[in-house]
Design a protein around this ligand. Structure first.
Ligand SMILES: Nc1ncnc2c1ncn2[C@@H]1O[C@H](COP(=O)(O)OP(=O)(O)OP(=O)(O)O)[C@@H](O)[C@H]1O
Length: 616
């Protein structure tokens, strides 16, 4: 007991000194930033221009990393968005005399709205098609600014003059250097804040494991569009700041600029804190500092880029972090989740539970006359009825291709039935998307674990709490500044740790990256993510696939415990022995039709089941 208290005290002390360290680090960074900005603002024209252009491109690279790195949207539209910010500021100032400080929110919000519209249109397609759509956007913008009379055509137009500091502040030096520097700082704060927030794992889930994110309650399409809007707004900010550096002309915003911004992100290190900044500084400063023949320079750039992509896909920062990880690497626990390091459900807890709880007669979930076909005119499920009693373990079995996963996908909202109704906890849910299920108390796992491989086991488990954290996306813009965010971080961590312990994954696994853990641990992590939000209905699609006999026994124990906790469990599984041992009731499908549904004993004895499923 004393040891436990001492350990807790030790942890608190460590946490305190860690946050003191982070606080001191933040103060040191601000001091370094202010000193650097002051130095630039007093520097020569050459130094100022180098730093200002570098900072503008760093804003662009960070804004692109928000979508390319965090949500997997490789945009080639950022030069177009950048141009809109720069031209809007220049033209509205030159022609209408609007103040540059009024043009700041206008550029940011205006380009942000363009980004939302472009994102909403382009996100109907993905991957390569998304890149092409956004590339076309940049082409259209550059054609327009080249051909229209009032934009100054190919010659361009002189940008507005940024007002100097008033007399008393003239010791600060160049006001443009501060303007660009502050725009850069604001971008860093927003992007880093999102990276440090509880929303960040959710974004990576949208990128790498979309069905998992949707099953946790994330409206993935909406979040993608909003992220693209935010990224566009930051590109608009870069354009606003850039307009004060001299002339704006079409050549500064053509499609090669979009490619360059992407190269900055990838070369520096995609989805890393410093990578986009390092990439932007390197690519924008290289031609200025090393003055060589442009052709030779292009060749050197190309060679560096190819080498990095082939050998170090995570860029310059990736090289450093993988070296650091190699030095720090800690051994993982034994591969069996029931090994000593893990914490299988406590014996005492099981003993205290006593007799198996009675299953109530209340219906938790009812499927009525559901029909579905993947292609119009075909039928995969034909008039399925299924009633699941509250607190029961309900098995769903049938030969391969009988429609079990399809039915599970209809219940969990990944698909919508052609006709028929689905009612859960007294609410009709058949028209509600997957993201609406957690609010109705429904969570699920997948046949093949769908997780974010670069995140830890605990971070993945925490994603299951998404729908329980209020305004998580909005607060992520300034996450460290909200006291409530610190409370949420702690709560997510504590609940995810507890959920992992409930499925037998002790602290040894919690911090391991999913990419490094064995299959059994992945399956249990899915289970922890699905149960962390304490759903009333849990759907498990083949939870035993690929598990060892020890792990199967462990999953059986977990199901028994869930039943004791009053959770209704629907389980699809091929291992009939497990199904008939574990389940109160079983529904059998064959070729998309209902064969029978009833108590496990009755179904087991049913001749039709033996024929269609057991092959007897
Ligand atoms: N995305 C899809 N598009 C078209 N047809 C599909 C799709 N997914 C499944 N099917 C078809 O629907 C039918 C039912 O498939 P489903 O995966 O639901 O069966 P299952 O009982 O879960 O099979 P298994 O036990 O092999 O996972 C099969 O004929 C399958 O080929």
């Amino acid at each position: 007991m004393t040891a436990g208290i001492d350990m807790a005290a030790g942890r608190t002390e460590r946490a305190r000194s860690r946050s003191r360290f982070i606080g001191l680090g933040a103060v040191a960074l601000v001091v370094v930033y202010l000193a650097a900005n002051l130095g630039v603002a007093h520097g020569s024209y050459y130094v100022q221009n180098l730093a200002e252009v570098g900072a503008v491109f760093a804003i662009l690279a960070l804004s692109l990393d928000l979508v390319a790195g965090m949500t997997g949207l490789y945009s080639l539209g950022h030069a177009g968005l950048f141009a809109l910010g720069a031209y809007a500021t220049t033209l509205l100032n030159a022609n209408l005399g609007w103040n540059v400080f009024i043009l700041l929110p206008l550029s940011v919000v205006g380009v942000g709205i363009v980004g939302v519209v472009l994102g909403a249109l382009s996100l109907r397609v993905s991957g390569l098609y998304f890149a092409i759509m956004t590339f076309i956007f940049t082409l259209v913008v550059t054609v327009l600014i080249s051909d229209l009379d009032f934009t100054g055509g190919l010659q361009g137009i002189a940008g507005p003059t940024f007002p100097d500091f008033p007399e008393g502040l003239s010791f600060l030096g160049s006001s443009v250097a501060w303007c660009v520097g502050i725009a850069f700082l604001v971008t860093v704060v927003i992007v880093w804040s999102i990276r440090s927030s509880a929303f960040y794992p959710v974004l990576l889930a949208i990128r790498d494991a979309e069905p998992f994110a949707a099953s946790a309650g994330v409206r993935t399409g909406v979040v993608r569009v909003m992220m693209f809007g935010l990224s566009a707004a930051l590109a608009g900010l870069a354009g606003w700041a850039f307009s004060f550096l001299g002339f704006v002309s079409p050549g500064q915003f053509n499609w090669t600029v979009s490619v360059n911004i992407l190269v900055m992100v990838i070369l520096g290190g995609i989805n890393t804190r410093l990578g986009p900044i390092i990439g932007a500084i390197f690519i924008s400063a290289f031609p200025v500092v090393i003055s060589i023949d442009p052709l030779v320079q292009e060749v050197i750039f190309g060679a560096i880029f190819v080498l990095v992509i082939v050998f170090f896909p995570r860029g310059i920062v990736g090289i450093v972090t993988s070296l650091a990880r190699r030095i720090r690497r800690r051994p993982l626990p034994a591969t069996e989740p029931s090994a000593p390091d893990t914490a299988p459900i406590a014996e005492a807890e099981l003993a205290a539970a006593g007799e198996e709880p009675q299953v109530s007669d209340e219906i938790a979930l009812e499927v009525r006359d559901v029909r579905f076909g993947y292609v119009r005119g075909t039928t995969v499920l034909d008039g399925i009825d299924m009633r699941v009693r509250r607190g029961s373990i309900h098995g769903l079995i049938g030969p391969n291709g009988s429609g079990k996963s399809t039915l599970v996908n209809l219940i969990s909202g990944a698909l919508r039935p052609t006709t028929g109704t689905i009612e859960a906890n007294g609410h009709r849910i058949e028209r509600l998307g997957a993201a609406g299920r957690p609010a109705r108390g429904i969570m699920r796992t997948f046949q093949t674990a769908v997780l974010v491989r670069e995140l830890s086991v605990r971070q993945n488990a925490g994603i299951g709490l998404y729908s329980r954290v209020p305004r998580i996306s909005g607060r992520s813009l300034a996450w460290p500044l909200f006291p409530s965010a610190h409370r949420d971080d702690r709560a997510i961590r504590t609940r995810a740790t507890a959920a992992l312990a409930r499925v037998g994954l002790g602290s040894g696994w919690a911090t391991a990256r999913v990419a490094d853990v064995p299959h059994g641990v992945e399956q249990l992590t899915q289970l922890a993510a699905a149960t962390v939000g304490e759903p009333s209905i849990l759907i498990l699609d083949e939870p035993l696939a690929g598990l060892s006999s020890g792990e199967v026994e462990q999953v059986s124990e977990i199901l028994r415990q869930l039943k004791r906790d009053g959770v209704t469990v629907i389980v699809v599984e091929h291992q009939t022995r497990f199904i008939f041992e574990m389940c109160d009731e079983v529904t059998v499908l064959a070729a998309g039709e209902l064969v029978t549904s009833g108590s496990a004993a009755a179904v087991r004895a049913d001749e039709r089941v033996r024929e269609v499923y057991l092959g007897q």
